[in-house]
Design a protein around this ligand. Structure first.
Ligand code: PXP
Length: 252
């Protein structure tokens, strides 16, 4: 499994102090997401993920342009499926876009994209990305209907939302049910010819269960890596997670 490191929380910390400043207003605005992305790559990240939200509450458009210029692995840009964000992605040309739902009240992305309920919009963006050579991934719940829709739309990739599983960690019965949905969802995705990624709420403990989900290509992980980095530094945090991803599957 490959590791995509989501660096949004670095920008959250920067914006907490410097949101009124433009990048050139102050020479040493910290922490710098671009420098962090480069350190993640040095420590073994296979890609960098960043979400430009409609309200730009953490990452700014200039961050995404700088990431495009300065990272040497893959840039995965998360966006809402809107004409404005689609246009932005076509300008930046990330290696991939991940279409996520957005609501202004949520602190982080809370549910999967309803691809079936927003069929024409998702299809339009996916086709535009396909034409531009940008891989589209749909961030969806492990729901067979959504997975089948992704395949019908012609999206090459899905990212299964692991949030319900992660949130149930201390409720083993629910957790088992959610894990099963992810395992079956990944199998279905693979059968339909999709690249299957996963993300949200994955940490250094539940990675053990994530290993029981078949066919996963890449995990996108942000919060747990950034949290650990506060104590151990980003290189250790990324290296440790990257090693955990490479370990063989635990038996079920
Ligand atoms: N994947 C997607 C599509 C996301 O929106 C996020 C952030 O919410 C993540 C992965 C990473 O989640 P976390 O920060 O919980 O690791």
């Amino acid at each position: 499994m490959l590791l995509g490191v989501n660096i949004d929380h670095c920008a959250t910390l920067r914006q907490a102090r410097y949101r009124h400043l433009a990048p050139n207003d102050f020479p040493d605005i910290e922490p710098d997401p671009i420098e962090l992305a480069q350190l993640c790559e040095k420590a073994g990240a296979d890609g960098i993920t960043a979400h430009l939200r409609e309200d730009a509450r953490h990452m700014q458009a200039y961050d995404i342009y700088s990431l495009r210029e300065s990272i040497s692995t893959r840039l995965n840009l998360e966006i809402a499926c809107t004409p404005r964000m689609t246009q932005f992605a076509l300008e930046v040309k990330p290696d991939s876009v991940c279409l996520v739902p957005e609501s202004r009240e949520e602190i982080t992305t809370e549910g999967g994209l309803d691809a079936s309920g927003n069929l024409s919009r998702v299809m339009e963006t996916t086709s535009a990305m396909n034409v531009a050579g940008i891989q589209t991934s749909l961030f969806i719940d492990p729901d067979p209907h959504q997975i089948e829709t992704a395949a019908k739309i012609g999206a090459p990739c899905i990212e299964l939302h692991t949030g319900a599983f992660a949130n149930a960690y201390h409720k083993p019965d629910i957790m088992r049910v959610e894990l099963k949905k992810l395992q079956e969802g990944a199998r279905l995705g693979k059968e339909l010819g999709l690249i299957v990624n996963a993300g949200h709420g994955i940490n250094y403990v539940n990675i053990n269960q994530i290993h029981t989900i078949p066919h996963l290509h890449e995990l996108n992980i942000g919060h747990s890596i950034m949290s650990r980095a506060i104590f151990s530094g980003i290189e250790e945090a990324v290296k440790t997670m990257s090693n955990l991803l490479k370990q063989t599957k635990v038996s079920q």
